[in-house]
Design a protein around this ligand. Structure first.
Ligand SMILES: *Cc1c(COP(=O)(O)O)cnc(C)c1O
Length: 361
């Protein structure tokens, strides 16, 4: 692509982040979560860099198919299970595991005839109230599943935490307790920990941990940076200055003419905008690195471009490198300025950009 906007993916960072997961949860199996195109990083690219994990978690059959076509042989878990009974023969053939979270899926499994049974993770709703069976019904559903010819034994058990990213929130303790009680006496492997719980709630680690965000080198907790957790950012969004100009005091910049120069000043135009996945809501003051030095965005990003205040960088030139987030500028900070979360920014990076890999896995 001729446009200088690029996504750089650091594959060595992915592996280093996996090592961090293993340090924090020693001896536990790792289900690497690579849904949503590996949080925007590229599904096969990331899964290939994580070849030593025990399993991958995805959100649909098509993602699982891509992994199998790329030769990935580990278990692949469909985190929302099958959406319809018609998927089950393909799921069986591809050797995928499924999460079963709703009664409608029990009916599918009861009726279907398959060449071989499917591995199931039974999901309990321990309090997030999105997916899963009521704690009271868990044991009976677990036992019922063991009677189905389409289901492999044993059926594993899982749940998901709503507030693990808040160290003081009592909801997490309650969810862990509900999960523990509901699973009591059931001989199966268990999993509840996402990235935040891997870091902040060691008692949640169980048999399997399910890291997502932290594998991509982003902090799942607000109270510390990725670097403080020993995580290395995997994605860097970068571009270049394509225009530098000097404007007199009072002139406005960009659509809506909403931002005005408070004094005579130099501004720069960066080839990156919301059409690339840079958030339009990022406010004036959002940091950007020009030649490694911090400057601020002025006004709002447009589709292909955004404007920066170059008062502190009088020597800036067209062609100077710009980092929008990544290795040297935490995406957590950009997310805060845009009133969103890093997950949304990562997933929103546009596929039209060129992706460059470095730090071979
Ligand atoms: C997305 C997801 C995860 C990973 O969450 P992170 O906060 O990114 O670590 C774990 N488990 C399930 C079921 C998920 O859907």
């Amino acid at each position: 692509m001729t446009r200088p906007a690029r996504v750089v993916i650091d594959l060595a960072a992915v592996q280093s982040n996996l090592c961090r997961v293993r340090e924090l949860a020693p001896g536990r199996k790792v289900m690497a979560i690579v849904k949503a195109d590996a949080y925007g990083h590229g599904l096969v690219r990331i899964a290939s860099a994580l070849s030593s994990v025990d399993a991958f978690g995805v959100s649909c059959l098509e993602e699982a198919q891509q992994l199998r076509e790329a030769g990935i042989s580990q278990p692949v878990i469909l985190l929302e299970g099958p959406y319809s009974a018609g998927e089950l023969p393909d799921i069986q053939q591809l050797g995928l595991d499924i999460v079963v979270h709703h009664k409608s899926q029990l009916d599918m499994l009861k009726q279907v005839q398959l060449a071989a049974p499917i591995k199931v993770w039974l999901k309990i709703d321990s309090g997030m109230h999105r997916l899963g069976f009521e704690p009271e019904s868990l044991a009976s559903v677990w036992q019922a599943l063991h009677q189905y010819a389409s289901v492999a034994r044993p059926v594993n058990l899982m749940s998901h935490l709503a507030t693990a990213n808040e160290r003081d929130n009592p909801i997490t303790q309650r969810q862990l307790q509900i999960f523990r009680q509901a699973c009591h006496g059931l001989q199966a492997e268990k999993s509840i920990a996402n990235s935040a719980a891997i870091i902040a709630w060691p008692e949640s680690h169980a048999d399997w941990v399910r890291p997502g965000l932290m594998l991509y080198g982003v902090s799942p907790l607000q109270d510390a940076t990725a670097a403080e957790h020993g995580l290395v950012p995997v994605m860097t969004l970068r571009s270049e200055l394509i225009s530098v100009k000097f404007l007199p005091k009072g002139e406005s910049v960009g659509y809506g003419a909403s931002w005005r120069c408070p004094e005579d000043m130099t501004i720069g135009i960066v080839a990156a905008g919301y059409g690339d996945g840079f958030p339009r809501h990022a406010n004036s003051g959002t940091p950007v690195l020009v030649k490694g030095k911090r400057v601020s965005i002025i006004g709002h990003a447009s589709m292909d471009m955004l404007t920066v205040d170059l008062r502190s960088q009088a020597d800036a030139r067209v062609g100077d490198p710009v980092e929008l987030w990544g290795a040297n500028l935490p995406i957590e900070e950009i997310a805060r300025h845009a009133a969103t979360i890093p997950y949304e920014l990562l997933c929103g990076v546009h596929k039209r950009l060129s992706f460059i890999e470095h730090g071979q896995a």
